[in-house]
Design a protein around this ligand. Structure first.
Ligand SMILES: [Fe+2]
Length: 404
């Protein structure tokens, strides 16, 4: 983010002496992207941020993928993955299961009942969409309180942990749809001015972003020593994990400033762009990473030409695989296919897709869609992870038959 922010206590001049009430120096850390050539923040720690007592291997959950072979469109039922009450022991870091992935991005799902350990993704940024439930995401920058419809953007190497919160008014578990990039994840470049301000045509802006509350290092100090789970690169492109044991809790920052930090954007603050005839998916885009984009389809008025066909035309995404996650509402184009909240469809490149039989006629004259879906389009083919294979309904490929 080019949006500058300062939080907590910082000295008036960077790289100068900054002392606590007892005269001790704080430890300044620059967290920056692209080798000192892009966005960064300066954080002021009570303790040396590099200190390590010990390290060991973290055996990651199953990360293997297999090709979408034979090539077919697929319907994954994520809520089938819950498994009785076992989710109550799962946390948002070690409990996430791999649905789909390629060399640029991995899509995972977690149903969460327990607090996670401290965690740092050293491979790329994470975009975590909260399907249901509430949590506090404690970070080295401060806390983020999150709930349904929130996208949580966590820059690469941000130390954080997920703590689920109970909500007496809503017993839904914390369900997280996790998009792990191998790159940075940011608002689309075309939404921003040359210096990074959101432009007037963008469907959201700086006011819609929620930033961390000021850090409270005194609370964290009681929790030392601390384990930090680190996801990183091993041999070749393999993902591996390590656990770092630190002598002091990593959330010991008294203040920070800069343009690199975690933040939250709620999908309800996305202002949909509509037209007389069908608008293409790029108007629904919310974020982008290297070789993938994230779009959302939110409740909205639809096409108002008198002869408009509100559902999409058949389309062949010759350069991408399309992953649609149906969060809530009635998804007009998929009527009759068995798809509902908690479903994912994978529409692979090389196969044309469009509305299910009857959906075109049913949409004529409709002036509003009450649907919420998050879409990831990848520019390289996606493979199936263990949870993708486990939740595949096996029959979606037949769902367009019977209308001719
Ligand atoms: Fe599509």
């Amino acid at each position: 983010m080019a949006h500058y922010h300062r939080c907590g206590e910082i000295p008036p001049k960077r790289h100068t002496q900054f002392r606590d009430a007892d005269g001790g120096l704080y430890y300044e850390e620059l967290m920056g992207e692209e080798g000192f050539s892009s966005d960064s923040s300066l954080l002021y720690h009570r303790h040396v941020p590099s200190a390590l007592l010990d390290a060991r291997v973290w055996q990651l959950p199953e990360q293997a993928t297999s090709p979408n072979l034979p090539l077919i469109p697929r319907h994954l039922r994520l809520h089938d993955l819950d498994g009785a009450d076992t989710w109550r022991q799962h946390d948002a870091v070690t409990g996430r299961r791999l649905l789909l992935g390629n060399a640029d991005v991995r899509i995972l799902y977690a149903v969460v009942g327990a607090a996670s350990p401290c965690y740092r993704n050293a491979v790329g940024d994470e975009c975590v969409f909260v399907e249901s439930g509430r949590a506090v995401v404690e970070t080295v920058f401060g806390d983020l309180r999150v709930g349904p419809g929130d996208y949580v953007i966590l820059p690469r190497a941000t130390t954080h942990r997920w703590v689920p919160l109970s909500d007496p008014g809503d017993p839904s578990p914390l369900r997280l749809y996790v998009i792990e990039g191998n790159s940075h994840i940011a608002p689309p470049r075309r939404y921003l001015s040359r210096y990074g301000q959101f432009l007037e045509h963008a469907p959201y802006c700086e006011r819609d972003l929620r930033l961390p509350t000021p850090p409270e290092p005194a609370e964290a100090a009681a929790q030392a020593p601390t384990e930090v789970y680190v996801k990183h690169r091993g041999a070749g492109a393999a993902l591996v994990g390590s656990v770092h044991v630190t002598p002091h809790h990593p959330f010991d920052v008294v203040g920070w400033d800069g343009c690199l930090y975690p933040y939250v954007f709620n999908v309800a603050d996305f202002e949909p762009i509509t037209g007389r005839v069908h608008q293409p998916p790029p108007v629904h885009q919310v974020f982008e990473g290297h070789n993938f984009v994230i779009c959302n389809f939110v409740p909205r008025k639809v096409d108002y030409h008198p002869d408009a066909v509100p559902v999409p035309y058949f389309h062949s995404n010759v350069d991408s695989d399309e992953v649609m996650f149906y969060v809530r509402g009635d998804y007009e184009a998929r009527k009759g296919s068995g798809i509902g909240p908690g479903s994912i469809t994978l529409h692979p490149g090389g196969h044309s897709h469009g509305p299910q039989p009857g959906a075109i006629e049913a949409s004529l004259g409709v002036d509003r869609f009450d649907e919420l879906a998050v879409m990831v389009d990848t520019f390289r083919p996606l493979e199936l992870g263990e949870a993708g294979r486990a939740s595949d309904d096996g029959v979606y490929l037949h769902s367009w038959n019977g209308d001719d």
